[in-house]
Design a protein around this ligand. Structure first.
Ligand SMILES: *Cc1c(COP(=O)(O)O)cnc(C)c1O
Length: 387
């Protein structure tokens, strides 16, 4: 049996998405830019998906630009904004961003931009007052994730977006992990740019979108045809867009139920682990997180060893950060939050989603406790725990 607890790395395809894709793939293919009827049909599919994705964040369809994923949307937002904000040389971001924000910003630093890397507190929260204080007339862009993919911690970005607007800086929000895990509105957040990713919400990988409030304030990075209003030229990924549209449509209908269900599952898992693993700690606060994410320090074990042992038992979890060439580095997010190197290396991210059942979550809890006891060499002879 497989129990998938790695939704933050990529959610399994939703059944409604799979069905829509099957129907699509058994039909005739076409290019949405073609004039003939097949082309028009393809265009309708594309535009419907654009509307569905926009509706989930309270954006108009015309403000949604499809990309190849969250990474491309982040790169387009960052470099597109920096080119459009000519003369301004400063960017405000944080030390706990996704690699698809950190690495473009490091490249921008090599091009002479000045990046202010804000540090989080012990709970993984960015001090928004400090971010606002760093804004000035030289600031081109503020770029930050709404929900952190490793810890799930949510930042209070609305006041920062309002302050950015006052000095003429663009506000970009990476909502790849927040989408589908909390209610989102570009109207309420008043941001200029927002990144979305398909495979984090049960659509295909290789599709994403950038919300663009005002296209005059974003320069394209690629040049070609007029697709995506010229902001992102190239024949669109039609099955990808379709899959993201269907996932967004399902979420728009069920968001509250889904959030409640996942909150229930995660709280159930947490209370079972907390009852049976003495010394276990949550990385991040109990409240102010997206509900599906539990990033925990498991005392007395290496996270990597535990991840592999759990994998053998069918439970898929993550260390949070991607490992390069098999060597697992301590998470930059946890280190920035003040965790020691050994605490960071003993941490695992359990991220849940709507396709899990209560039975699977209970089974996962039993397996995790069992594996932890074995690896941490805990004497269980007196254990009167719930299992
Ligand atoms: C997954 C993720 C991305 C990258 O999205 P891809 O579609 O995988 O390229 C960017 N930002 C955050 C916060 C993410 O969780």
């Amino acid at each position: 049996m497989e129990i998938y607890l790695d939704y933050n790395a990529g959610a399994p395809l939703r059944p409604e998405v799979r069905e829509a894709l099957m129907n699509f793939l058994s039909g005739e293919g076409a290019n949405p830019s073609s004039v003939h009827r097949s082309g028009q049909r393809a265009r309708r599919i594309l535009e419907q998906a654009r509307g569905q994705v926009g509706a989930l964040i309270e954006a108009a369809a015309k403000n949604v630009v499809f990309t190849s994923g969250g990474t491309e949307a982040n790169n387009l937002a960052i470099f597109g904004a920096l080119r459009a904000q000519a003369g301004r040389r400063k960017v405000i971001s944080s030390l706990i961003e996704h690699s698809s924000i950190i690495n473009p910003l490091k490249a921008a630093e090599r091009e002479g931009f000045n990046v202010k890397w804000l540090a989080p507190d012990h709970d993984g929260r960015i001090d928004i007052e400090q971010a606002i204080a760093a804004l000035d007339e030289n600031t081109a862009l503020v770029t930050m994730a709404l929900a952190n993919s490793e810890t799930g911690v949510i930042q209070d970005l609305a006041p920062l977006a309002a302050a950015a607007r006052e000095v003429g800086a663009l506000m970009h929000i990476d909502a790849a992990q927040a989408l589908g895990r909390m209610r989102l509105s570009v109207k309420r957040l008043e941001c200029d740019l927002m990144t979305l990713s398909g495979h984090k919400i049960g659509a295909l990988a290789g599709i994403g979108a950038l919300y663009v409030r005002d296209e005059r304030r974003l320069c394209p990075l690629m040049f070609g045809g007029p697709q995506e209003r010229g902001i992102r030229p190239g024949t669109q990924n039609l099955p990808g867009a379709l899959s993201m549209g269907v996932a967004a449509e399902v979420l728009a209908k069920n968001l509250t139920n889904e959030i409640n269900y996942v909150t229930f599952l995660a709280e159930r898992l947490r209370s079972r682990l907390w009852n049976s693993v003495p010394g276990i700690k949550l990385n991040g606060p109990l409240f102010g997180r997206i509900p599906n994410t539990l990033n925990c320090v498991f005392p007395g074990v290496r996270g990597e060893t535990m991840l592999l042992a759990l994998d053998l038992e069918g439970v898929r979890v993550s260390m949070g950060s991607a490992c390069a060439a098999g060597s697992i580095e301590p998470s930059h997010v946890l280190l920035a939050m003040g965790r020691s190197e050994s605490e960071a290396l003993s941490s695992l991210r359990l991220s849940l989603g709507p396709q899990l059942t209560v039975e699977q979550v209970d089974q996962a809890a039993r397996i995790i406790v069992h594996v932890w006891r074995r690896l941490a060499c805990v004497d269980t002879s007196h254990s009167g725990a719930w299992q």
